[in-house]
Design a protein around this ligand. Structure first.
Ligand code: BGC
Length: 790
């Protein structure tokens, strides 16, 4: 586990001041660079030692059989696993005859730094070889946001006291050996040599390798080229074999002299394009990068990020760790999604192989809400990807003997990849999560063309699924039985409140959209009768409530299940899923992650204030947070019901998930949903932002230690900047014309903000409820040391 303050607190940088080989895999995830298309783990340039080598291309996967001891009807037969593709970041260095390897000789200095403003990973080290030769190495790595296929490394080595012979080997390597994986179900399957060589091309300063996967038949091309600056008689040559290509640069450096090598590398993949077409595509990308040059790439990267931070930065005064972490989180969300371009956003982004590189509901429920209000174009792309998988989702529904579209619980290519029904296919709520992401995007942007051409069909097919999955009982009440909600410790149950309320909204939003776009809806076969059935089901939806306890039931009958014996569950037995059979978990009241509490966030309009407080207190006592997706939601509702300090603790847990490796699995990749959750906890928690209706609704409130919070929300092309202090909130339409105006709500009151005229509103007193919330023993969020020097 990364010890606290492994990375010193800094508002814009993640800095590691010494190399700790025990947490190498974690830091590789933290320092991963990506643009949503190409992802490079933060492996050391020389490749070894490594925690987990990793280079990924969005949606480049291999198929593997999903074995079952006992097969069952409708079980998916094949799963997908993200492939570690050709490694282009490898640069080995030999000083005289000795390879630079931090495990040998003396590492006199080693520092890495990820600067969130320029998107660069910098490393500097001072190494003394076992023979006593000193060199300084400075490297800078980038994955370009502007040139989607391109990455580059600026590598500089300097001789210190002696004349040294330098050999630098810059490589492309396919089928790297991967370390064996643990039995933790959350890590990835290991694929042995998944790539088959197809083609290699060499020239003096670089070359290209092409491979194909054996079963999925995907083709990948990786190419590299180098610009070299060194003393006279610096040599360069390239050689290559099936799975590797090596450009060798050699020279002799006198003390103070430097060798600089800029490595440009580019990737492309395709399931359809021919070998020559893909080769040419990657060559062209590489040529464009060379033409732009190193300085040009740096400039483009900086401009791109300046623009991003200008519109999306969140400013937090009073908790510097959260300030750093929320920016780190936003940066990783940006990296995961921004150039995904109609491809999925995975739970780990492209930072590691965790969860086999799959995308889940995490995208629509946690990541897209953030991007909707900061980078809406990326949301349209992500939903377009879902749209492009509609045929698979319809097929899956047919296989299950249902109508509409059953989207996969976990997938890369749109087909269900979960072999475990109760926490896989049964989690049908993903359909409503997708529908709600469509609703949110359309509401926030007014993008009607998207709604007609993409959104409508997603809404219609998901609405059809609910009608087909659910039924009216003899009293006319609509039930959705046998499903799993967000809490994976409660599975295959009837009437999960979260699922039912989200489905209810899905049905209503689909009916409204079909009415608005009648001609398009007719093309999808929607009739007035059908929309009437959607509205009826929504109206008759069952929302189980325990009248005696006056709390909602997470699923029908939940409050009468046996209590989990938390008192006698030692801390080392968490996460419970690794120590108890699911059978035991399903029979008792132990909650993996916010479920009913999540319903109170995204469907907060369906609960009154008293219910929210009572429900929060009830479910808080039973929630163990064995999923990183929970803390941010608990922050949001804790803040809403008045537990502001607890909300602050939960915010910190969500935000620091990877910088402090709180779940002890950052090695497999960062937790994109939790990192997005830091924004959600701040904006929806302390900003009180809700989007149930087409008016942005704020109810700001700050915990004691946060003295100022500022964030922006993009709404219909306007940028609303919200500045909150202990006493007041100021709403400002940044850069808007004088005649622009936006109606918002501030603590329930309508406020009109016009361009050039910020409006300041007082914050009401938020009473702390008389009853203190309690968590299962040992499961409270960490309370941190808030001393000013942390
Ligand atoms: C959570 C799921 C989540 C998945 C991927 C699981 O542990 O329970 O809700 O989708 O992780 O992040």
């Amino acid at each position: 586990m990364i010890r606290e303050r492994a990375f010193p607190v800094d508002p814009w940088c993640i800095r590691e001041t010494r190399l700790d080989l025990d947490v190498l895999a974690q830091s590789e995830s933290v320092f991963a660079l990506s643009n949503g298309h190409v992802g490079l783990r933060g492996n050391l340039d020389e490749g070894e030692p490594h925690g987990l080598p990793g280079t990924y291309l969005n949606s480049f996967y291999e198929l593997r059989p999903l074995p079952y001891a006992e097969a069952g009807y409708g079980f998916p037969e094949s799963g997908q696993t993200i492939v570690n593709v050709t490694n282009g970041k490898l640069i080995r260095l030999l000083v005289d005859d000795e390879p630079l390897d931090v495990r040998y000789g003396e590492l006199l200095e080693h520092e890495r730094q990820l600067d969130l403003r320029d998107g660069l990973l910098k490393r500097q080290l001072h190494w003394r070889s076992p023979a006593g030769r000193d060199v300084r190495v400075r490297t800078t790595r980038l994955v370009s946001f502007t040139q989607r296929s391109v990455a580059a490394i600026h590598y500089e080595v300097e001789a210190v006291d002696d004349v040294v012979r330098i050999t630098l080997q810059s490589e492309l390597v396919a089928n790297e050996a991967l370390p064996p994986q643990s039995r933790d179900p959350r890590v990835a399957a290991v694929l042995e040599s998944p790539l088959q060589a197809e083609e290699r091309l060499l020239k003096e300063s670089g070359g290209l390798l092409m491979h194909q996967t054996k079963v999925s038949g995907l083709r990948v091309a990786a190419a590299m080229d180098h610009q070299v600056e060194g003393p006279d008689r610096t040599t360069i040559a390239t050689e290559g074999y099936e799975d590797w290509l090596r450009t060798t640069v050699g020279c002799v450096l006198k003390p103070g002299e430097k060798l600089t090598v800029i490595k440009y590398f580019a990737y492309g993949w395709s399931s359809r394009r021919s070998l020559p077409a893909l080769r040419d595509q990657v060559d062209a990308a590489l040529d464009a990068a060379l033409l732009t040059g190193w300085d040009g790439l740096l400039r483009e990267q900086r401009e791109y990020l300046d623009e991003f931070w200008e519109t999306s930065d969140v400013h937090v005064d009073g908790d510097p760790e959260v300030q750093q972490a929320v920016r780190f989180g936003l940066f990783h969300v940006l990296q995961a999604g921004i150039r995904a371009e109609r491809r999925p956003i995975a739970a780990k982004g492209l930072t590691g192989p965790g969860y086999d590189g799959h995308s889940f509901w995490d995208t629509e429920t946690f990541v897209l809400p953030v991007l909707t209000y900061t980078r809406p174009a990326a949301v349209a792309d992500a939903l377009y990807w879902r749209y492009s998988t509609l045929d698979s989702a319809r097929d899956r529904a047919r296989t299950l003997n249902h109508a509409g579209a059953a989207f996969p619980w976990r997938t890369i290519n749109g087909q269900e990849s979960s072999a475990y029904w109760p926490a896989g296919t049964a989690s049908f709520h993903i359909a409503a999560d997708i529908a709600d992401a469509v609703r949110r995007y359309v509401q926030a942007t007014g993008d009607e063309q998207f709604e007609r051409e993409v959104g409508l069909e997603l809404l219609v097919e998901t609405a059809r699924l609910w009608i087909s999955l659910g039924h009216h009982d003899r009293h006319g009440v609509f039930h959705i039985d046998g499903v799993t909600g967000p809490d994976e410790y409660t599975a295959v149950k009837n009437d999960n409140v979260y699922t039912n309320l989200m489905a209810q909204r899905n049905l209503l939003v689909a009916a409204d959209a079909a009415t608005r776009h009648q001609t398009y809806a007719e093309q999808l076969g929607v009739t007035d009768h059908e929309t009437a059935t959607w509205r009826d089901a929504a109206m008759d939806m069952n929302v189980p409530f325990d009248d005696e306890l006056s709390v909602h039931q997470q699923v029908e009958g939940y409050t009468r299940l046996q209590e989990w014996d938390f008192k006698n569950t030692p801390q080392e037995k968490y996460p419970l899923l690794l120590h108890f059979p699911y059978f035991d978990l399903y029979r008792r009241q132990a909650i993996k992650q916010a479920d009913l509490v999540l319903a109170m966030h995204w469907r907060g309009d369906a609960f009154d204030a008293d219910q929210k407080l009572r429900n929060f207190l009830y479910y808080e006592r039973r929630t163990v947070r064995d999923s990183s997706l929970s803390a941010c939601t608990q922050a949001v509702i804790a803040a809403e019901v008045g537990f502001l300090e607890l909300a602050h603790d939960y915010l910190r847990e969500a935000a620091l998930m990877d910088l402090h490796d709180l779940a002890e699995n950052t090695r497999d990749g960062v937790h994109i949903a939790s990192l997005a959750g830091a924004w959600i906890a701040l904006v929806a928690g302390f900003g009180g932002f809700r989007d149930h209706e087409p008016i942005p609704d704020f109810a700001p409130r700050l915990p004691g230690r946060i003295t100022r919070l500022e964030f922006s929300v993009l709404w219909r092309g306007l940028r609303l900047r919200v500045r909150i202090t202990a006493e007041e909130a100021t709403y400002n339409l940044v850069g808007a014309d004088d005649d622009a105006s936006l109606e918002i709500r501030h603590h329930g009151e309508k406020v009109v903000v016009t361009g050039g005229q910020p409006v300041t509103c007082a914050l009401p007193e938020i009473p702390t409820p008389p009853v203190a919330p309690r968590q299962p023993p040992g499961r409270a969020p960490l309370r941190r040391n808030y001393s000013p020097d942390f």
